[in-house]
Design a protein around this ligand. Structure first.
Ligand code: ADP
Ligand code: MG
Length: 262
């Protein structure tokens, strides 16, 4: 299905978020579609986490709105929202005295605990797919950064929502687990979910995302297929560093390599 045909899960309409005199997110229009992985990229401070918070309904926009299913987010109850979208925050801040398993169980809270079998299935699947079974009985604060990130992702997956918003889920991960997380994102999309994932690695975004949205200074500067967004000119202008765009020999996807030497 061509991407324009896919149904919209979330729509940001002229969303602006300002603090004091500065516009952290400035008039962004963004359509998030079911069945797609949308990578959100941009330099540090571009407004990615703020935009994700706006899309999640966790941050109320200063002006503009985010609409889900034809209804602005403030008109959704907290429980409805929690059953619709799950959010992996950038910092995996969880209170101290929980085991990893208990953290994953928290993902089931919005579902009210009435269907124990469904809870167990969702938790077991989330733990399996994130490769965290061996961590289940560990205390969460004792986990490494990457282990915390994977357990937190398992919590998000256990929530079993149609919209999944992930803020730098790969930041602390080794190569194998980075790939695993992006394969999980792809798998969610193939099962019809809408996935937004904030990534710094542009090559990783190009390899796994259907489309890339690039933010710069709170503005959306591009949103299109990876090949169309990731031009050396645009990356140089936005990131202030020269790059070469190569082709992945296995897939043909663009690979972004900082230009070094000479
Ligand atoms: P990104 O995730 O792209 O790195 P953020 O959305 O976290 O960017 O932040 C965008 C900009 O807004 C940054 O310059 C950040 O310092 C600023 N910012 C974010 N939240 C606040 C806040 N609550 N108060 C003041 N400045 C903020
Ligand atoms: Mg951020």
């Amino acid at each position: 299905m061509s991407s324009m045909m896919r149904p919209s899960a979330l729509k940001a309409e002229q969303v602006m978020y300002g603090i004091g005199g500065s516009r952290i997110v400035a008039g962004v229009d963004l359509d998030v579609r079911y069945g797609e992985v949308l990578a959100l990229v941009g330099p540090n401070g571009a407004g990615k986490s703020t935009l994700l918070g706006l899309l999640a309904g966790d941050i109320p926009p200063t002006s503009g709105m985010v609409v889900a299913g034809g209804r602005p987010l403030p008109k959704w109850s907290p429980r409805e929202l929690a059953r619709t979208r799950a959010v992996l925050l950038q910092a995996n801040q969880v209170a101290f005295s929980f085991t990893a398993r208990q953290v994953v169980e928290m993902g089931r809270a919005p579902w009210g605990g009435t269907d124990h079998a469904a809870d167990e299935r969702a938790i077991a699947a989330a733990i399996a797919v994130t490769d965290t079974a061996h961590l289940a009985r560990r205390m969460f604060p004792t986990l490494s950064g990457g282990e915390k990130a994977r357990v937190s992702l398992a919590r998000v997956l256990a929530q079993n929502t149609a919209v999944v918003l992930l803020d730098e889920p790969t930041a602390a991960l080794d190569l194998q687990h980075q790939e695993q997380v992006l394969r999980i994102a792809r798998d969610l999309a193939s099962r019809g979910r809408a996935v937004v994932v904030v990534l710094h690695d542009l090559s990783l975004a190009a390899a796994y995302a259907d489309e890339i949205a690039m933010l710069h200074g709170g503005r959306l500067v591009a949103r299109d297929a990876p090949r169309a967004v990731l031009t050396s000119e645009r990356i140089e202008a936005v990131y202030g560093t020269p790059v070469n765009i190569l082709d992945d020999p296995g897939t043909g996807a663009p690979v972004v390599l900082p230009r070094r030497g000479l």
